[in-house]
Design a protein around this ligand. Structure first.
Ligand code: ADP
Ligand code: MG
Length: 250
């Protein structure tokens, strides 16, 4: 794995930079030739059909898969500091009958104390503070398996925000969330990005949100097939070809 600190010709300060990135699984090249700069404070959307390699690319960024090429990170004003990444995975499944509560989930991620011993007052306060970031403190004692799609996404987002990352990566956070929930989540992500000055890389199939929230869009289909502003990508020939859509206004 090749990581280096940022330095170079990018006009803005880059939070995450991929150069000639390829990811193989076994002998299969899943993603190739990705060149992407995620600038500080930007929201970048990664779109593409199923099997395009979007989740694979994210796993390479997270260091969970080996890759060829360069992935470099930088924290503005903090040379040689490791970039902190918060990650919300693609639709994790929880059993409705499972008795794990939201507080239990946080506690087991944040401390070594077994959940059956209960949570200390300090831990409950910390969990409440984390949930307040996503305006979901009322969910603290709910069982994970009983949460709606939108509630679960907010809880997972709160988990990914502790400790506060420089880069937040979300893999299809809008799937399983109703239209109203989508709006709420996107508004919240936008607010979080500004409040905590972080960059966001989001995989999504919801193209209606792109124009309003994304600064850049990368359309991936094994390799980048179009890259630019939401307007440029959504109106491109490549977008029409990949999604078999007629031209139009998204
Ligand atoms: P997307 O997230 O864009 O839907 P993925 O990155 O999950 O796509 O998968 C891209 C391709 O890589 C698919 O063809 C998938 O079958 C393959 N793939 C993903 N993970 C593995 C794996 N662990 N082993 C073999 N093939 C995989
Ligand atoms: Mg995926």
């Amino acid at each position: 794995m090749n990581m280096m600190t940022h330095g170079g010709s990018c006009g803005h300060s880059c939070c995450l930079r991929m150069q000639n990135l390829s990811v193989k699984i076994g002998n299969d090249v899943i993603v190739e030739d990705v060149n992407l700069h995620v600038h500080c404070g930007e929201m970048v959307a990664l779109i593409g059909p199923n099997g395009a390699g979007k989740s694979t690319l994210v796993k390479a960024i997270l260091g969970q898969l080996p890759y060829e090429g360069v992935i470099s990170f930088s924290v503005p004003g903090q040379r040689n500091r490791k970039l902190k990444i918060g990650y919300v995975p693609q639709s994790p499944a929880f059993d409705a009958g499972d008795c794990v509560s939201v507080a239990d989930l946080f506690a087991c991620c944040m401390s070594k104390r077994p959940a059956f011993l209960g949570h200390t007052k300090a831990m409950r306060e910390k969990i409440t503070m984390c949930l307040e970031r996503v305006r979901s403190e009322g969910l603290i004692d709910k069982r994970i398996g009983t949460l709606s799609g939108g509630e679960l996404q907010r809880v997972l987002l709160a988990l990914a925000l502790e400790p506060l990352p420089n880069l937040l990566i979300l893999d299809e956070p809008l799937s399983g969330v109703d239209v109203e929930g989508m709006e709420t989540l996107m508004e919240m992500l936008d607010e979080i990005r500004q409040t905590y000055d972080l960059s966001i890389l989001m995989i999504t199939h919801d193209f209606t949100m792109l124009s309003r929230y994304a600064d850049q869009v990368l359309l991936l289909d094994g390799r980048p097939v179009c890259q630019g502003t939401p307007f440029e990508v959504l109106n491109s020939e490549a977008f029409r070809r990949v999604f078999h859509r007629k031209g139009g206004s998204l």
